[in-house]
Ligand binder design. Structure first.
Ligand SMILES: Cc1cc2nc3c(=O)[nH]c(=O)nc-3n(C[C@H](O)[C@H](O)[C@H](O)COP(=O)(O)OP(=O)(O)OC[C@H]3O[C@@H](n4cnc5c(N)ncnc54)[C@H](O)[C@@H]3O)c2cc1C
Length: 435
C-alpha cells in the first residue's frame, strides 16, 4: 500500500508540498484545513474587500483539481498529534492515521493581552474569517465611523488601505518613532510616514494601545491610548502587531518547538516522519542573515517544493538563496533584494547610499560594505527592478560602483515610464565621489 502523507494546513506551503509529491509519486495525500474548503491566495484577501475580485477569484485552482489529482481534502481542526501512534485527533473526536506528517499551519495575529482584545469588532487580518468579520463590522462609513489599527507593518498598512477604499476614517497606532523603522532605513520610513498622512490616515507614531473599551453589548466602543489617556471612539479595531506561528495545538506533544516548530535544513522535526514548513517552521540556525522564521509567501512555496523531494526519496536541503521581498505601501510599490537594514540588526560595516525623488514617492537605498565596497542589497520604492539581475549581482559580489553604473539593466518599468538612473548616478557621485 502507498504511504499516507497527511498535511495540516492548506496554505501555499502545504498545497505546494502536496502538488509536488503528486507530481513525483502515487502516494496517498490528505490535506487538512480548519479555515476553508479550498486553497486561496492569502495575499489577495485585501482585494476582495476592496471589490477588485471575488473570493472565488483568489482560488488558483478549480474545485475539480483536487479530486482529479487524487489529493483528498478534509475540513477540520486538529487538536492533538499522538506521535507514538502516528495519529491526529480532531476537535470533534475523529482520528486520522498518517505515515508521514507535514505541519504547515501558518501564523496567527499577535495579541499582547490588551484588555478588550477579544471584544466583538476586534480582529486581525489573516484568515477568511477575519475578512468576513471586517465585512460585517466595517461594511461602510455609516456603520463604522472610525477604525483603529494597532501595529505598523505590512499587514497594518494593507488594512488601512482597505478601510480607506470605503471612506472609513482610520487612526493608525504605531509604537515606533517612524513607520516600520526597525526594517526600513530612516529616509524610506519617513517617506512612508508622509505618504500615509497624505492619504488622510491619522498616523500616531510613538503611540501604544492601552485598552479597548466595550459598549453595553460587548462590542467595541473606543480605545484608550497608553501615553496620553486619550479615548478614541471607534467601531472596529484591527490588531496588526505582527504574527506568530500557529502551533498551540502541538504544545503538549513531544514535537520540539520554540516560537515555531524547530526544523533542520531538511525541514525535519525532532520526531521521525514529522516535518514542518512555511510560516510555522523555525530553523535551528539562521540561514545567512535570514530570520529563523520566514513568514513570507515565496519561502513557504520553496519549502513545500523542497520537502516534496525529500518525501519522495531525493533528500534535499532548503536553500532559499538571496533574500528578496515585495509589498505595497498604499500606492507605492516596494521591493527589496539582499540586505538593507533599518534600525534592527544593522552591522557596523553596512553603509547606505540613499536617493529620493523630489515628489517624495520614489526612492532607493543601496547598502554596501564600507570596507570592501561590495554590494549588499537594495530597497526600491516606486521604481520596479528585476529580481534576476540583482540575484546575479549579489551572487557575483559586484561592487557598489558597478551596481550604480548598471542600474538601467535592472530597471523593470515599462519603456514609457520615466527613468531616474541619471539622477541617481549624479546623486551618488555627489555623495561619494568615487566614480
Ligand atoms: C493580509 C496578508 C497579506 C500578506 N501579503 C503578503 C505579501 O504581499 N507577500 C508575502 O510574501 N507574504 C504576504 N503575506 C504572508 C503570507 O501570506 C504567508 O507567509 C503565507 O500565506 C503562509 O503560508 P503557510 O502555508 O505557511 O500558512 P497559511 O497560509 O497560514 O495556511 C495555514 C493553514 O492551516 C490551517 N490550520 C492551522 N492550524 C490548524 C489545525 N490545528 N488544524 C487544521 N488546520 C489548521 C489554517 O487555518 C490555515 O488555513 C501576507 C499575509 C497576510 C495575512
Amino acid at each position: 500500500m502507498e504511504e499516507h502523507i497527511v498535511i495540516i494546513g492548506n496554505g501555499i506551503s502545504g498545497v505546494t508540498a502536496a502538488r509536488h509529491i503528486r507530481k513525483l509519486s502515487d502516494k496517498k495525500i490528505t490535506i487538512i484545513s480548519a479555515e476553508t474548503d479550498y486553497f486561496f491566495s492569502r495575499t489577495a484577501l485585501m482585494y476582495v474587500y476592496m471589490g477588485h475580485m471575488t473570493f472565488e477569484h483568489t482560488q488558483p485552482y478549480e474545485n475539480w483539481f483536487w479530486k482529479k489529482n487524487k489529493i483528498n481534502l478534509k475540513k477540520g481542526y486538529v487538536k492533538h498529534v499522538e506521535t507514538n501512534k502516528k495519529t491526529l485527533v480532531f476537535e470533534n473526536g475523529e482520528t486520522l492515521v498518517y505515515d508521514k506528517l507535514i505541519i504547515a499551519t501558518g501564523s496567527k495575529p499577535n495579541k499582547f493581552g490588551w484588555p478588550g482584545q477579544d471584544l466583538e469588532g476586534v480582529m486581525g487580518l489573516y484568515s477568511k474569517q477575519d475578512l468576513e468579520s471586517l465585512e460585517q463590522h466595517a461594511p461602510n462609513h455609516e456603520v463604522c465611523k472610525r477604525a483603529v489599527i494597532v501595529g505598523g507593518g505590512l499587514i497594518g498598512i494593507e488594512l488601512a488601505e482597505m478601510l480607506n477604499s470605503r471612506n472609513i476614517p482610520v487612526t493608525f497606532l504605531v509604537r515606533e518613532t517612524s513607520f516600520w523603522n526597525g526594517i526600513l532605513p530612516e529616509g524610506e520610513s519617513e517617506m512612508i510616514n508622509s505618504h500615509i498622512k497624505n492619504h488622510h490616515i491619522d498616523l500616531r507614531l510613538n503611540t501604544n494601545l492601552k485598552e479597548i473599551i466595550s459598549d453595553e453589548n460587548g462590542k467595541v466602543k473606543s480605545v484608550i491610548i497608553e501615553e496620553t489617556g486619550e479615548e478614541i471612539p471607534c467601531q472596529v479595531v484591527g490588531l496588526t502587531a505582527g504574527v506568530s506561528p500557529n502551533i498551540d495545538f502541538i504544545k503538549n506533544s513531544n514535537i520540539e518547538t520554540n516560537k515555531g516548530i524547530k526544523v533542520n535544513r531538511f525541514l525535519e522535526t525532532n520526531i521521525p516522519d514529522i516535518f514542518a514548513i512555511g510560516d510555522c517552521a523555525e530553523q535551528h540556525e539562521a540561514i545567512d542573515q535570514r530570520p529563523p522564521i520566514e513568514a513570507v509567501w515565496y519561502t513557504g512555496r520553496m519549502m513545500g517544493e523542497t520537502l516534496a523531494q525529500t518525501i519522495c526519496g531525493n533528500k534535499t536541503a532548503y536553500k532559499p538563496g538571496h533574500w528578496f521581498n515585495s509589498a505595497k505601501f498604499l500606492d507605492i510599490e516596494y521591493q527589496t533584494y539582499g540586505w538593507v537594514h533599518g534600525l534592527k540588526g544593522k552591522p557596523d560595516y553596512e553603509k547606505h547610499f540613499h536617493w529620493k525623488h523630489e515628489d517624495d514617492t520614489k526612492c532607493i537605498t543601496i547598502a554596501f560594505n564600507k570596507n570592501t565596497n561590495v554590494f549588499l542589497g537594495i530597497n526600491t520604492f516606486g521604481i520596479r527592478m528585476r529580481h534576476d539581475t540583482f540575484d546575479k549581482w549579489l551572487t557575483e559580489k559586484r561592487d557598489v560602483d558597478y551596481v550604480i553604473n548598471h542600474l538601467t539593466e535592472a530597471n523593470f518599468d515599462p519603456e514609457f515610464y520615466r527613468h531616474y538612473e541619471t539622477e541617481i548616478l549624479a546623486a551618488y557621485k555627489n555623495q561619494f565621489q568615487t566614480v
